[in-house]
Design a protein around this ligand. Structure first.
Ligand SMILES: Cc1ncc(COP(=O)(O)O)c(C=O)c1O
Length: 344
């Protein structure tokens, strides 16, 4: 939200400028685009990575009536899997678009030797409790563009005039005073030159996040190991389920499964059975324009145009791969699947 608004101000984008993004994600991505008064445009996802592809972005731009209306490409690296972000950056360059990587679910994934979140103009990370690095709630915005960073810092604090990296007011050396010549009574903390939001993080949350950072390598490795273990034990069911592709370079948010044969078992029934055994599940978000009620106004326009997202949105779900799952917990999950499969 703050990042898109910063980009909008920096690039002087008009309301309604188009943002090519993914239909298959947590709704925060689309709602941020909408709240920034930009227009989300959806292209289909790759069934392996769950992310939009450079090919689909390019195909869309090639047939667009007016490419000048497009401003941003905003891929989401869902579940820790990388979109083909190098190729997306190339397509964006060709069309003069900015790239915003939603890396909220992908802390630590390495793609072609480089961490996700460092490929585009800016990226976000989420520290929501279910994510790889957790601070309860809260998130971070990263950019190597100093102007985006400056604007974001102001916007998250109600657009206040302050934009110093470190505040020097306590030493009576506020450089902002000079910029407001003739008004040495002004206080930059309560003078606002942008209309912003209150997205300030608390020190308490930052302390939690910092503690997690010290353990990040262990957390990411443990989650990866858990995914590997579950794959090794559940691979006997791959006729019915598409299990997550294992890759040492991926930082797994969770353990996503797509039901290949919904005629054999529906997601609703499977989730109910797993939950009855105490294995918690979540749907793989749904395809935003076709399956999320908040975006029902787009349903007709996108009907039949996003087959992969629609299929995964209806038949995909995930279970946990949390770092604190014990060997006993993992064995219990496998046993639960064995019981469920015996029953169907
Ligand atoms: C893909 C994705 N983008 C963005 C976010 C950030 O959401 P929020 O702004 O609600 O913290 C999340 C949080 O879970 C997410 O999964």
């Amino acid at each position: 939200m703050v990042g898109l608004q910063a980009l909008k101000i920096m690039k002087n984008l008009p309301n309604g400028a188009k943002v090519i993004t993914t239909p298959l994600t947590y709704i925060a991505t689309s709602s941020s685009i909408s709240w920034a008064n930009l227009e989300p445009i959806y292209v289909d996802v790759d069934p392996q990575t769950f992310s939009i592809t450079a090919e689909n972005v390019k195909k869309h731009l090639k047939q667009a009536k007016n490419v000048k209306e497009y401003a941003v490409v905003l891929p989401v690296h869902l579940m820790g899997y990388a979109a083909d972000i190098d190729a997306i950056v190339e397509v964006a360059k060709e069309y003069g678009l900015s790239v915003f990587e939603d890396s909220a679910q992908a802390h630590g994934t390495i793609y072609k030797g480089k961490k996700l979140g460092s490929w585009g103009d800016l990226a976000d990370f989420s520290f929501y409790i279910a994510h790889n690095i957790q601070a309860g709630e809260m998130g971070a915005l990263v950019s190597d563009n100093p102007e985006i960073a400056r604007l974001a810092k102001k916007l998250k604090a109600q657009g206040r005039a302050c934009d110093c990296v470190v505040c020097t007011r306590a030493q009576n050396k506020c450089p902002k005073i000079e910029t407001y010549e003739g008004d040495d009574d002004f206080d930059p903390r309560f003078t606002h030159d942008l209309i912003g939001f209150n997205f300030k993080a608390m020190e308490f949350q930052a302390a939690l996040g910092l503690t997690q950072l010290h353990k990040a390598d262990w957390i990411l490795a443990k989650r990866r190991e858990n995914v590997k273990y579950l794959n090794s034990k559940l691979k006997k069911y791959t006729e019915v389920f598409k299990l997550p592709v294992f890759d040492e370079a991926v930082s797994y948010l969770a353990y996503p499964i797509v039901i290949k044969k919904p005629e054999l078992i529906s997601r609703k029934r499977l989730r109910k059975m797993l939950e009855d055994w105490g294995v918690e599940t979540r749907p793989l978000f749904g395809s935003i324009p076709t399956q999320q009620p908040a975006y029902a106004f787009l349903k007709e326009e996108y009907q039949g145009k996003l087959p992969n997202a629609d299929h995964i949105g209806l038949n995909g779900f995930y279970i946990g791969c949390h770092q604190y799952l014990s060997q006993e917990d993992l064995e219990y999950i496998v046993k639960t699947f064995d019981e469920v499969m015996r029953e169907i």
